[in-house]
Design a protein around this ligand. Structure first.
Ligand code: ARE
Ligand code: CA
Length: 476
């Protein structure tokens, strides 16, 4: 359950938040596959309560396990997993089974009706017998309350009930049949680890018709926000699967916002209080904390602070720690605002510019050169260890990944101009941050490595990007 099931030679998952299934299928074929991405986290797939203003968060209010949402129907979902798996890109589904829709959620995207006030969801069906008694979560120091009461009024399912366990397993197994590689378990902290263990134990192996080797298990990443200081700890869940490592998001935001010197990143990893590398899904921001929901607060970096965001993303992708997930957003000013639509209801497709970037309200961080070229960097360096760590005693740092890649960062308010050991074989390389290798030329800066592995590295503090990266596949 910790194995991501990635195709070999690939890394980097992207959360295509609120994208439609047909658009994701095309993105796998046209962009993610060719650029080395390994997987996509998709928005919730099951029927959700329809809210008048169509906020993004209506999808976190399940009405049934029918696969009908604003992203598409079951046929479109099945076609997406097939098309993405065919080009080596895996699909991970955001699954919500801690709760069902809150009061007011009376009808769903698939035509089902519900009565949350009487805890009746005939589309599953669930009745009041399947839920915990109504009470509110107000004290995160009380583990019983966090797990048995209602998160923001969402009707709290009792996962200790065997009928509920079966319904959830049926839903997840249906997705496994359709070719998914794993799940992001929403609100896992609000469920008892023992109950989750029972549910995970009911899961089938992955579908070999979709290219998974026989005996493969779903990758499970559990949303457990543990910044310390609460009753529930992520270590209660790391035996069952990976967890969303929110401390990574918090710490990387503070560092690249200049609240913590970059030189301290030399021991990045479990020394920072993170879970073990294979249990940590790491990210700069997620769909909640980029808009002030969930945990992370004001230090979280988002697309709205592009220079520091690209630096933090490049650091995450260059560093071997964890399973990195890139956020791909729609632009927003209002924190409730849903994705771009054609008519206030139907989600609009992204459109693409000649420089790969998106328009039509989609930010597409994963199509920023500084980000997708770092996915290629991560694939190029493979499992090589960090070597040749250098820092200037404050906010200029550099390191190599064995002898396959080298990266430098400047977050000081003066230039970086030093002769540094890159660990790379002699030659001229294309800096994949300021440009891209195109045949035998480079659209950006070049770096010449001498026979001793050293190169003179220049990163001006007023340059667009505060990072420079070269690797063996960008040799000119
Ligand atoms: C919406 C409205 C509410 C309303 C509710 C019911 O905003 O005002 O009461 O509907 O009508 C998302 C949105 C919510 C939204 C919900 C349902 O963020 O605003 O509520 O969908 O539509 C805690 C949980 C964590 C959770 C975060 C947001 O522990 O699991 O809160 N994150 C996931 C998803 C969210 C989603 C849900 C769960 C619900 O990623 O997108 O909510 O499915 C400390 C604690 C954290 C706690 C945090 C915030 O940091 O350590 O555990 O996170 O505070 O309370
Ligand atoms: Ca619960």
């Amino acid at each position: 359950q910790f194995d991501t099931n990635y195709a070999s030679g690939r890394s980097g998952m992207v959360h295509l938040f609120e994208w439609k299934w047909d658009d994701i299928a095309a993105e796998c074929e046209n962009f993610l596959g060719p650029n080395g991405f390994a997987g996509v986290q998709v928005s919730p797939v099951n029927e959700n309560a329809v809210k008048d203003s169509r906020p993004w968060w209506e999808r976190y209010q399940p009405i049934s396990y029918k696969l009908v949402t604003r992203s598409g129907n079951e046929e479109q979902f099945a076609s997406m997993t097939r098309r993405c798996n065919a080009v080596g890109v895996r699909i991970y589904v955001d699954v919500i089974f801690n709760h069902m829709a809150a009061n007011g959620g009376t009808y769903g995207t698939g035509g089902s009706t519900a009565s949350p006030s009487s805890k009746s969801y005939p589309g599953v069906p669930y009745s009041s017998l399947d839920f915990n008694p109504t009470c509110a979560i107000s004290n995160y120091n009380d583990a019983n309350q966090v797990r048995n009461c209602e998160l923001v009024g969402l009707r709290d399912l009792n996962q200790g009930n065997s009928y509920v366990q079966e319904k959830i397993a049926e839903f997840l197994n249906h997705l496994i049949d359709l070719g998914v590689a794993g799940f992001r378990v929403d609100a896992a902290k609000h469920m008892w680890p023992a109950d989750l263990g029972v549910i995970y134990g009911l899961l089938k192996n992955l579908n070999t018709d979709h290219g998974f080797s026989s005996g493969s298990k779903a990758y499970i990443v559990q949303e457990v926000i543990d910044m310390g200081g609460e009753a529930i700890s992520k270590s209660e869940y790391t035996g069952l699967g990976a967890i969303t490592e929110f401390r990574h998001s918090d710490s990387i935001g503070k560092a690249f916002r200049g609240k913590n010197q970059l030189r301290y990143l030399s021991n990045w990893g479990t020394a920072w209080g993170f879970a073990a590398s294979d249990r940590s899904l790491v990210f700069v921001d997620n769909h909640d904390n980029q808009r002030g929901h969930g945990a992370g607060g004001a230090d979280v970096l988002t697309y709205k602070v592009p220079k520091q965001y690209k630096m933090a993303s490049a650091f995450m992708l260059a560093h071997p720690f964890g399973t990195p997930r890139v956020m791909s957003s729609f632009s927003f000013s209002d924190t409730d605002q849903g994705p771009p639509t054609t008519d206030g209801h139907n989600i609009a497709s992204p459109s693409f510019n000649s420089d790969n970037s998106c328009s039509g309200g989609w930010v597409c961080e994963h199509r920023w050169r500084q980000i997708y070229n770092m996915v290629a960097f991560r694939n190029a360096v493979g499992s090589d260890a960090i070597q040749n760590w250098w820092d200037n005693g404050s906010n200029q740092i550099a390191f190599s990944r064995g002898s396959r890649g080298f990266v430098a960062f400047n977050n000081d308010n003066y230039d970086l101009n030093s002769s540094l050991q890159t660990g790379l074989p002699a030659g001229t390389y294309c800096d994949v941050i300021s440009g891209t290798k195109n045949g035998s030329s480079c659209t950006g800066k070049t770096v010449t490595v001498g026979s001793d592995g050293r190169a003179s590295i220049y990163l001006g503090n007023s340059e667009d990007d505060g990072v420079l990266a070269i690797h063996v596949n960008a040799w000119l």
